[in-house]
Design a protein around this ligand. Structure first.
Ligand SMILES: C=C(OP(=O)(O)O)C(=O)O
Length: 591
């Protein structure tokens, strides 16, 4: 059996070894034929039945969601249910059967191809991504029409000793499919299409399963039951590895498992550097229930509660506006779950990759449009509802209020005035809240950094949003896959921005944190520590990795090394120096 490697896009991390389980791409085997006129209504009925079956399937998956299912899954399933109910699926294919007499599969495929072609011309990357959702829903219907089982589980082997882990190989994997594979039998995912920002990629990361996507031709190159190694750290899939390669990967896999076990022991260890400097490691959350994962990974607070996810709810955009009571309950739940640890709630950060669902959200350049605080200041009534809800939650534990996308002094002043107005309204209603609640800003636009005194003189703290900062500094849309290769946190301009902000905030005497992805990347922990950062906020899954870096770092050794890195002007040289910095054994006094 020939051994070969396929190179794709790494969407999660880790290594899995198992046998290939191929999922046929139903749409590819579709038969095309004309239905006799007298059988047209029966064909319509066949399609209707298939739609009802898929609707029931989605409902079943919804109601069987495990308690620990990633929060995104519910939202993704909801998007699929909405697509199924939309007239583009629930009406148009029926018209095609009736007018052109196409069989149900052909009618559905015709409609999906027409829709897909339209999506190719859409500028908005978020909407463009919905093409994959539509195709996944149609694939599900197609499987029912063609009688291909949608319950993919293979027959379980008789005994545990015979049990072999399986790796799913598919054309595309929907988040709902992923849920069906989520048991001990499946240990990895390989797909022909999809990228780092696809919904399935997000789910793969949150269930911590190795996955490599974008492997064109995988279904024709890999055969059922081939041995596979999915190396998600490198984005490689090795098919039928030689015994030597297999042995090396098994050793790497065992070392990773051991390292993870060791990491969990750090949960209660305080995050303090070798020289005794304490570092705050906080969690980023989207929903109150995420506090459980934050606490399990030893978070000492919530550094970023992305409140907009409550607004995006189960309908995918912000057309659903929760009222004051609903918001208050959600914020209070997070505060209560965190048991006295600080919870930083960011006000609505909508627009661009988190669409508002109104016509203005489809402006040509939403990332530069009326989003986040710009939207809130234009809709003060909606903003006041949120401010009151956050303030009321502050009566139950320490809450900080974080405002996104501020650029101008007048925006800060208007925001502060609205906070005062919300406080007055609560006093009049005899509602309790923390009168001295701290108010801070996300620093995520170069203008905010260059004009930082506007912020430090008016606010209590700042939090650097590196995801947007990199987007706006390097002029690359953070969700556009075509420019993803330009997204580099180690660009000298980004390093200057970060060190300048940390230094200036320190000088002004106000706390500064980083809450973008950079904070959760253990390769960058020492760099940020050396710049002077003492507060990191990240996805809960990264907390222990970053803590391990903190524990093995000595600031006395780090500082001069980071100063040297900050003097470098070439990306390649910076990358090498940061890599070397991470390898430096500081427990032995450094190199
Ligand atoms: C944390 C950030 O915010 P977002 O929710 O937009 O990723 C950021 O921009 O770094």
């Amino acid at each position: 059996m020939a051994s070969f490697a396929l190179f794709g896009i790494s969407v999660s991390r880790g290594i899995s070894i198992g046998r290939a389980h191929l999922i046929a791409h139903a749409a590819m085997d579709t038969k095309h034929y004309l239905v006799p006129q007298e059988k047209v209504e029966a064909e319509v009925e066949r399609l209707q039945q298939a739609l009802s079956t898929v609707q029931k399937e989605l409902e079943t998956i919804w109601s069987n969601l495990p308690v620990d299912a990633p929060v995104e899954l519910g939202a993704f399933l909801d998007v699929h249910a909405m697509i199924l109910a939309d007239s583009m699926i629930s009406k148009e294919p029926f018209n095609i059967i009736r007018t052109r007499r196409y069989n149900a599969e052909w009618a559905l495929l015709t409609q999906i191809e027409e829709l897909s072609a339209k999506f190719d011309h859409i500028e908005d990357p978020y909407l463009r991504e919905r093409k994959a959702d539509i195709q996944q829903v149609s694939e599900r219907i197609m499987k029912v029409l063609t009688g291909t089982p949608t319950d993919y589980h293979p027959v379980s082997p008789e005994s545990d000793s015979e049990r072999v882990d399986m790796i799913v190989v598919a054309y595309d994997i929907s988040p709902a499919d992923m849920l069906q594979f989520r048991d001990d039998t499946f240990c990895g995912f390989v797909s022909e299409i999809g990228g780092r920002n696809s919904h399935a990629a997000i789910v793969a990361r949150s269930i911590d399963t190795p996955a490599v996507f974008g492997l064109a031709g995988a279904l024709s190159l890999i055969r059922q039951d081939d041995w596979l190694i999915v190396d998600a750290d490198a984005g490689i899939v090795i098919v039928n590895p030689t015994p030597l390669v297999l042995e090396q990967y098994r050793a790497r896999q065992a070392a990773q498992t051991k390292a993870r076990k060791k990491l969990t022991k750090l949960k209660r260890t305080p995050a303090v550097t070798i020289d005794g400097t304490p570092v705050a490691l906080l969690a980023n959350i989207e929903f109150p229930d995420d506090c459980t994962a934050a606490l399990e990974n030893g978070a000492t607070g919530i550094g970023l509660f992305r409140s907009e996810f409550l607004f995006m709810g189960r309908s995918g955009n912000v057309s659903r506006i929760p009222g004051e009571e609903e918001q208050f309950e959600a914020y209070k739940k997070a505060v209560t779950l965190m048991k006295g640890r600080p919870v930083t709630i960011r006000t609505l950060d909508i627009g661009a990759d988190k669409p508002i669902g109104t016509p203005e959200s489809s402006t040509l350049n939403p990332a530069l449009g009326r989003r986040a605080i710009r939207y809130c200041l234009a809709e003060p009534e909606l903003f006041l509802v949120q401010l009151r809800a956050i303030l009321r939650a502050s009566a139950f534990g320490p809450v900080k209020l974080l405002v996104p996308m501020l650029v101008h002094a007048f925006e800060i002043d208007q925001t502060l005035a609205l906070i005062e107005q919300a406080k007055t309204q609560l006093r009049e209603a005899n509602r309790k809240f923390d009168e001295n609640i701290k108010v801070g800003a996300m620093v995520e636009v170069p203008a905010a950094i260059l004009g930082l005194p506007m912020f430090t003189s008016r606010l209590d703290f700042i939090s650097i949003g590196t995801n947007d900062l990199i987007q706006y500094t390097l002029a690359i849309d953070r969700v556009d896959p075509e420019v993803a290769y330009l997204y580099n946190p180690l660009h000298p301009a980004i390093l200057s921005m970060l060190s300048m902000t940390i230094w200036a905030a320190d000088k002004a005497g106000i706390p500064v944190s980083v809450c973008g992805e950079v904070a959760g990347d253990p390769h960058l922990t020492r760099l940020l520590l050396g710049m002077g950062l003492r507060e990191f906020s990240m996805h809960p899954a990264q907390l222990l990795n970053v803590k391990q870096e903190v524990l093995s770092s000595d600031l006395k050794i780090l500082k001069p090394k980071v100063e040297n890195i900050l003097a470098l002007v070439e990306e390649e040289a910076i990358e090498k120096a940061v890599h070397d910095l991470q390898l430096d054994d500081m427990t032995a006094g450094g190199t």
